[in-house]
Design a protein around this ligand. Structure first.
Ligand code: HEC
Ligand code: HEC
Ligand code: HEC
Length: 392
């Protein structure tokens, strides 16, 4: 016969186990990216039933992968079944394309667009010179995307693994597994298909090891398959994908721009140790239009932009709005771009046009220079300090 004391201890133990299990399993959710959410939505709504490309012309359906339509038109097609937005008067089947208004919201469509772009992405061909493009070719050839998702956006199922899926390269889990993005740790994963640094660094190392061995799909070791140079390219590629974060449609554009723009990297310029440099047009714009109020003499809004170290730090408004002043890869998420492209009305939402005086505002071409610079990752070498072009 059990004593009442013993059974209350048993109950307490069981409760403890249950709480532990709940905590453990809530941490173990696979990390979502726009690509993964988009894929799930496309599956839920059966889009590929018609957009499979297999109807032999029985219905004329354009491919959904790699759609090049502008965002607004894409949105109109999906929500209203036609090329222009018609809220509330969805044109059922006039074009054969159903209207999903009421079933999908605009954020869902953003995720579907990200899926469309990433799933339809074409890896640059051999002629492409940039290191990033070469890294992408190696990743494709080595099957990295088959397990880690296209462009490392994650989500391929993995029976017996901690989260049930293979993580991508884009989020926090990657940082966790790779010692906060340490190149040596990434290299270790690629060479050996595991990371001793990660396993021995874990507070629950035994648990990490048991999850690593219980997952049925394991990371292959590429040590004898890929050359040292290819592994180096892959390490840099993974870091680039991680720096962009989970890839939205806008960040996908940034990725495409970066693939095309880092061509100079391989020409081995002397300056390469100092990091990539601020393009001359951007430097001239900042010097002539911004530094006099955001430089060594004055720092309006507590914001200074004559060096890279300062320019990436928030001033008062970015702090208040909790946004980045410059978010590499994402112009529209960058306060600096929002400010230079703002109009007077935006001031109501704490977004103030820069420069403040109307006759100094940037032209559409100048705006594009800044947009492209941020989209390509906002390169700016530590060595470049800007001077005000004003002699005040
Ligand atoms: C019943 C079949 C059908 C289904 C299901 C369907 N579509 Fe379509 N879709 C079409 C047809 C047909 C067109 C072409 C209309 C035209 O151009 O006349 C089209 C056009 C489009 C376009 C415009 C593409 C372009 O390049 O012009 C987009 C975007 C699109 N569909 C997205 C979706 C999404 C997202 C889903 C699922 C949420 C979906 N479709 C489900 C039949 C379908
Ligand atoms: C057969 C499937 C498979 C292939 C192919 C594969 N991996 Fe992995 N990879 C995995 C699994 C499984 C893990 C372990 C994830 C875990 O423990 O949660 C992993 C882990 C990693 C990690 C640790 C961080 C993270 O986000 O997962 C990196 C980095 C990595 N792989 C890079 C690559 C690269 C680069 C390639 C191509 C050369 C590649 N992998 C090919 C399955 C694969
Ligand atoms: C005549 C002075 C002046 C010039 C020139 C100027 N600014 Fe400003 N800037 C300000 C003031 C003042 C603020 C605070 C907002 C306000 O009160 O309008 C500000 C705020 C900002 C902020 C917000 C920083 C933060 O987090 O608080 C950014 C970003 C910015 N400016 C960028 C620029 C850029 C880029 C240029 C050049 C294209 C520029 N500014 C030119 C005066 C100036």
């Amino acid at each position: 016969m059990k004593s009442p004391k013993a059974s209350s201890v048993t109950i307490a133990l069981i409760l403890l186990l249950i709480t532990g299990w709940l905590l453990w399993s809530s941490a173990a959710a696979a990390e979502e990216t726009p690509y993964i959410r988009g894929a799930a939505l496309i599956d839920t709504h059966g889009c590929l039933a018609c957009h499979s490309g297999n109807l032999m012309g029985a219905m004329k359906v354009p491919p959904l992968r790699g759609c090049e339509l502008p965002e607004e038109e894409f949105q109109a097609w999906v929500l209203y079944g036609c090329p222009q937005a018609q809220p509330g008067r969805a044109q059922q089947s006039r074009f054969g394309m159903p209207a999903y208004e009421g079933h999908l919201d605009p954020e869902d469509v953003q995720d579907i667009l990200a899926w469309s772009q990433i799933a339809g992405h074409e890896v640059p061909d051999q002629a492409a010179l940039s290191d990033l493009a070469r890294g992408e070719q190696v990743a494709l050839k080595a099957g990295c995307f088959d397990c880690h998702g296209p462009l490392g956006q994650g989500g391929i199922k993995n029976t017996g693994s901690f989260t049930g899926a293979i993580p991508g390269f884009s989020g926090e889990q990657f940082k966790h597994l790779c010692d906060d993005g340490d190149p040596a740790a990434i290299e270790e994963w690629i060479r050996h298909g595991t990371s001793e640094r990660f396993l021995s660094g874990e507070p629950l190392a035994g648990l990490g090891r048991s999850f690593m061995s219980s997952q049925l799909t394991k990371m292959p070791a590429y040590q004898d398959i890929l050359s040292d140079e290819e592994i180096e390219l892959l390490v840099r590629y993974c870091l680039h994908i991680n720096s962009l974060g989970p890839m939205s449609a806008e960040r996908y554009e940034a990725h495409r721009a970066a693939l095309a723009s880092s061509k100079m990297e391989v020409t081995g310029q002397e300056d390469s140790l100092a990091g990539p440099s601020l393009p001359r047009e951007v430097a001239e714009l900042f010097s002539s239009k911004c530094i006099r109020c955001h430089g060594p003499k004055k720092q309006k809004s507590d914001y200074r932009m004559d060096t890279a170290a300062a320019a990436f730090q928030s001033g008062d408004i970015a702090d208040f709005l909790e946004v980045s002043v410059i978010q590499p890869g994402a112009p529209r998420e960058s306060l600096l771009y929002q400010f230079v492209s703002a109009t007077e009305e935006d001031s109501l939402n704490e977004v103030f046009p820069m420069p403040p005086s109307e006759d100094e505002r940037l032209s559409p071409e100048e705006l594009k220079v800044i947009r492209d610079w941020i989209a390509s990752g906002a390169p700016w070498s530590d060595k470049q300090t800007l001077q005000s072009a004003y002699s005040d």
